[in-house]
Design a protein around this ligand. Structure first.
Ligand code: 3Y8
Ligand code: NAP
Length: 248
């Protein structure tokens, strides 16, 4: 058995730590989005595969017998490529997806289907918006330059952002509720924009928003094709153990 873990999340990291305590042969894959990703207790490969075809070639060339897609719920392209490549090569695939956050009684959420919906949902009158969606997609918000934006990136931005009133905070999660409360209070944030990432590493801002009674624009996850999905690392380990018994 040789396992490819498509990683880049706290769940993938937890899985890697457990697999590293076994005799399983596994390799951890990063896209290479960040400058200094967290070290892994497994061999690591970094960078794209070259689409679904490239991934299929990688699976064959590297003798991968099982794929665990533990990427982020919004890493839709990677997950769709994994489905296609595993089907093309008959390599078994399991996907580790944490449950989405659900709105609580005191949450003031405005749920939108995508990034464009999030821009539309922002008010016209000037506000202070905590735009906690990272570095890849903030440009959509140049459509509403009247707001003051507080952004959070993993790495230093290269050059000034085309958002006239913006501040970039450089920090990598997991984040804490107290930390995000301080951030939002100190900047008088009165709107939050987030993806429905699920998990514990990114939920601090929605708990802080609840305590501050601030509206949260919640971007829903992309729809994904049917696949074998589990929500916990233990279920992935049980699947791998079952597959091992089958002599895979
Ligand atoms: C490169 C690996 C761990 C895992 C850390 C999780 C938790 C903290 C919360 C906010 C939201 C955001 C962002 C976020 C979180 C965890 C987890 C998670 C959100 C690292 C990592 C990689 C990435 C890529 C990065 C994206 C960006 C998204 C920042 C490592 C730290 C906003 C997602 O600069 C860039 O290009 C960054 C790109 C994809 C989304 C975007 O569009 O900008 N994650 N994040 C992975 C790779 O190369 O394959 O550097 O160690 C992993 C983590 N990010 O325990 O150490 O598991 O979700 N990541 C979002 O939720 O919207 C931050 O600020 O509140
Ligand atoms: P994406 O848009 O779904 O993928 C775009 C391309 O990036 C893929 O087609 C693939 O390139 C490459 N890629 C993505 N993840 C990869 C991986 N783990 N290993 C090797 N190549 C990968 O991906 P994304 O949303 O930018 O996410 C990139 C990474 O950041 C993933 O590891 C993901 O788990 C992590 N992450 C993302 C988010 C988020 O909000 N999207 C949040 C936290 C962590 P090729 O087509 O060339 O193979």
């Amino acid at each position: 058995m040789r396992i490819l873990i498509l990683g880049g999340t706290s769940d993938a990291n937890a899985l890697a730590r457990i697999i590293a305590t076994t005799r399983l042969d596994a390799i951890y894959s990063y896209a290479g989005r960040t400058q200094v990703p967290v070290n892994q207790p497994l061999p690591v490969r970094t960078g794209g595969f070259g689409g679904a075809d490239g991934l299929a070639h990688y699976l064959r060339d590297e003798g991968i017998t099982h794929v665990v897609d533990a990427t982020h719920p919004f890493a839709g392209t990677m997950s769709r490529n994994a489905i296609e490549a595993c089907a093309a090569t008959s390599v078994p695939l399991i996907t580790l997806v944490r449950a989405p956050w659900t709105q609580g009684r005191d949450d003031r959420w405005i749920t939108v289907p995508d990034l464009a919906g999030a821009v539309t949902a922002l008010p016209d009158e000037a506000a202070c918006v905590f735009l906690a969606i990272g570095r890849q997609h903030w440009q959509a918000f140049t459509a509403k330059p009247q707001h003051r934006y507080i952004l959070r990136f993993v790495d230093e931005p290269t050059g000034r952002l085309a958002l006239p009133r913006s501040e970039v905070i450089v920090a990598r999660g997991p984040f804490t509720e107290e930390g995000d409360l301080d951030l939002m209070r100190s900047r008088s944030v009165n709107w939050v924009v987030t993806r429905n990432s699920g998990g514990s590493g990114a939920r601090a801002k929605i708990d802080a928003a609840r305590r501050l009674a601030i509206p949260v624009i919640m971007i829903s996850r992309p729809h994904m094709p049917e696949r074998h999905m589990v929500a916990t690392v233990d279920e992935v380990m049980a699947w791998l153990s079952h597959e091992t018994c089958l002599g895979a």
